[in-house]
Design a protein around this ligand. Structure first.
Ligand code: XIL
Length: 378
């Protein structure tokens, strides 16, 4: 994203809590899925629309939110075929303190998914921002790859066959302060630029059948940074494919942002086509829309969000190789974008309205935009 500093500084300030210290939970209510989806059958399901267009729809969610909010469960069960754990698979959730593992929230979410025949995306093995401090220090001090292989072996040993698709590396691109467009993250500093190849190989070793993905953001708009990022992403993918590195697909996050001007349709098409020509398939992994005019009337706000969604999906879903769309949440009630709004703006204008449902679970125009775009086959 172009607004990198603000986004990053907000994130940096967030207390990335140790994994929700969830006690082992009881079973998810038996038959709840069916009952809930019956109760809300008036709405067409986004998954149904996506399947008719030959792809899937899913959303990110947290196990604790699913536990506490029946309406969220109902919405997930109606609309989703795929779930992405929003935080629980991140290293700092799994192992906030060295050697103390918190698998319970992942296991809980997987049980919910299994009970309801949902697939799960594995997000994510390596992301600098979700790497616990102890691991960062150890990496930089010892430069011992065994720390990485143990992490991969632990996570993929446990979940590598149950979860078929993994964002192995999250956000490796940085065209502004990076080194040859690679982010100077902890992995880069400890192991050099080939940490990427090594991580992909490592993932393949521990999950031989999984679909392995690199996931990144900031590809949508016409500004010079997004333009450079598109080129850098394609160049990275090209380099990895040429070297036979195990890379099956790419994830484009798609955190759309109404303050960034029009989507660069041609730039986005060119990038997508170039990635497809490399034999990769593409998943839209984290779609949501950051608003820019929170003081406008709600109807106007919601229309803008929906129009932006439609414009984006019009480009992406013209390619059959774009196999699925995942939104970063389902309801404005639980959106990381709202974490980014300062308290005063939030008190005045409420939450960011960049997901399909509002915070009371009414479907918004974005819902219908998704429904129509996903339903139109490529
Ligand atoms: C975000 C979560 O939504 C937040 O709850 C958490 O505090 C930080 O991470 N890009 C990603 C996601 O790849 O993992 C991020 O998720 C949002 C940006």
């Amino acid at each position: 994203m172009l607004t990198l500093p603000s986004r990053r500084s907000v994130l940096a300030g967030l207390a990335l809590t140790p994994a929700l210290a969830v006690a082992p939970h009881g079973a998810w209510a038996e038959g709840e899925g069916a009952a809930l989806s019956d109760a809300s059958s008036a709405l067409p399901s986004l998954s149904h629309a996506a399947r008719s267009g030959g792809r899937y729809y899913g959303a990110a969610a947290r196990a604790d939110h699913l536990r506490q909010d029946k309406a969220l469960r109902a919405a997930v069960l109606r609309d989703c075929e795929v779930l992405t754990p929003e935080i629980h698979l991140k290293w700092n959730s799994l192992e906030w303190r060295k050697g103390q593992f918190h698998f319970a929230p992942v296991d809980d979410l997987l049980t919910f998914a299994d009970d309801n025949s949902l697939r799960v995306r594995g997000h994510t093995l390596l992301w600098d921002q979700s790497t616990p401090d102890w691991a960062k220090h150890e990496m930089l001090e010892r430069r011992d790859w065994r720390l990485m292989s143990e992490h991969f072996s632990r996570v993929l040993g446990r979940y590598g066959s149950r979860i078929e698709e993994w964002d192995v590396i999250n956000e490796p691109i940085d065209t502004q302060t990076g080194a040859r467009n690679l982010r100077r993250n902890t992995f880069f500093r400890a192991f050099g630029p080939t940490y990427i190849e090594r991580a992909m190989e490592e993932a393949r070793t521990h999950a031989p059948k999984a679909h392995l993905v690199i996931n990144d953001y900031g590809f949508e708009y016409g500004n010079p940074v997004d333009k450079a990022r598109r080129q850098a992403f394609v160049a990275l993918a090209r380099r990895l494919r040429a070297a036979n590195v195990p890379l099956d697909g790419v994830g484009v996050q798609a955190h759309l942002d109404l303050s960034k001007g029009p989507i660069d349709t041609v730039g986005l098409q060119e990038m997508t086509k170039a990635l497809i020509d490399l034999g990769l398939d593409i998943t839209v992994t984290e779609l949501d829309v950051k608003e820019s005019e929170a003081a406008a009337p709600t109807t106007a706000r919601d229309q803008k969000v929906a129009d932006e969604t439609r414009r984006y999906l019009d480009v992406m879903l013209a390619f059959p190789e774009v196999r699925g769309v995942v939104t970063w949440g389902l309801t404005d009630k639980f959106s990381w974008l709202t974490e980014q709004i300062d308290a005063r703006a939030r008190a005045a204008h409420g939450v960011n309205r960049g997901l399909p449902y509002d915070d009371a679970y009414s479907p918004k125009p974005m819902y219908w935009a998704l429904n129509e775009s996903l339903g139109a086959s490529a």
